[in-house]
Design a protein around this ligand. Structure first.
Ligand code: HMG
Ligand code: MG
Length: 300
């Protein structure tokens, strides 16, 4: 695993990206975005989120979007699910991959899902059980792994405890989220190393927001540590609406550019991804484009 040259990108732009954009995109534009992403060679594209539409109005059209997207064989389209109600909504439109989410910080969980860490885990135990019965794959997110907007420091031991619990409950993959992008490389490495003592590295992913421009450096140290699954967002859009100060995820174009430059494979066509990023930035009427997109646009 650690010596593998292949990195799987989990594209989260249509969910993590759009959930925090002020511009509300219509469902047909979201569908077009996901269809474009499907043609780039990405293997995993998080499509939307079946959370409460009162909490995240940007994704209130989750059912319409999920129904409308082209499901390319071999590509998985996970959706975020906070509770059984969300699971049922996701299943009604045929989702076969879901993601449940909690955090290593109590304070953030309260703001984000109105529950403590333990309550949130209790809430998704029946979701995981039902998913197992339905042969639905479950990914688990742990947020605030390198810092919390409300609590500040988050002890690594708390990250390890929550990640291990989610893995034991049956999540096939645990994504470690630096929700507000405060992490730096040495801290990212130490956190990943500690979690990997309890959860196999092959079941871990990293998820960096890029608030202070640290995401690529953090990803690099985590690759050196052995991780081979990286979450990123086309055009670097988004952030969490319930994490004060959170900016977009690291841009997928920048991650793919770095990985290919290091001789690693992703299966992603960078030109198609860059074109998709530029197209999305135009839909959002703002310059969220990645460094690669900006450089190519400037050179054209
Ligand atoms: P609550 O208000 O405590 O829930 O919200 P409730 O169970 O009391 O329900 C209140 C109302 O919401 C009821 O409707 C329910 O039916 C409805 P009412 O009777 O008032 O008309 N409701 C739902 N409707 C549709 N779908 C559902 C659903 N559930 C309840 N699934 C809840 C609790 C968890 C629902 C809410 O807090 C919520 O939806 N939070 C989501 C917040 C969110 O999406 N945050 C962003 C995602 S996490 C993230 O971005 C981090 C990540 O990227 C990793 C990282 O960066 O660290 C993953
Ligand atoms: Mg996120």
């Amino acid at each position: 695993m650690t010596s593998s040259n292949h990195v799987r990108i989990v594209e989260v732009g249509a969910r993590d990206g759009l959930q925090n954009e002020k511009t509300l995109l219509p469902a047909d534009v979201k569908i077009a975005l996901i269809d474009r992403l499907s043609s780039t060679g990405l293997q995993t594209i998080e499509a939307t989120s079946f959370v409460s539409p009162k909490w995240v109005p940007q994704l209130a059209d989750a059912a319409e979007v999920f129904r409308g997207i082209r499901k390319v064989p071999g590509v998985s389209y996970p959706v975020l699910v906070p509770n059984l109600q969300g699971y049922q909504r996701a299943r009604e439109v045929g989702a076969t991959d879901i993601a449940v989410f909690t955090a290593a910080s109590e304070a953030f969980n309260r703001k984000n899902i109105n529950a403590s860490i333990d309550e949130s885990i209790e809430r998704f135990i029946p979701v995981i059980e039902q998913a197992r019965a339905d042969q639905v794959k479950v990914r688990g997110y742990v947020s605030t792994v390198l810092g919390c907007p409300y609590q500040g420091e988050v002890p690594v031991a708390d990250v390890v405890r929550v990640a291990r619990r989610m893995y034991e409950l049956g999540c096939h993959e645990i994504s470690l989220g630096d929700t507000i992008g405060v992490g730096t490389p040495a801290k990212a490495r130490a956190m990943l190393h500690a979690v990997a003592q309890e959860v196999p590295m092959a079941a871990l992913a990293v998820h960096f927001h890029d608030t202070y421009g640290q995401a690529l450096a953090n990803i690099l140290t985590c690759l050196e540590e052995g991780v081979r699954v990286v979450d990123s967002s086309v055009s670097g859009t988004g952030g969490c609406p319930y994490a004060k100060g959170a900016t977009g995820n690291v841009a997928s174009e920048d991650v793919v550019y770095m990985l290919h430059g290091m001789g690693m494979s992703t299966g992603v066509d960078l030109d198609l991804l860059v074109a998709t990023g530029a197209w999305l930035a135009a839909q959002l009427h703002k310059d969220t484009a990645s460094r690669v997109t900006r450089a190519r646009t400037a050179a054209a």
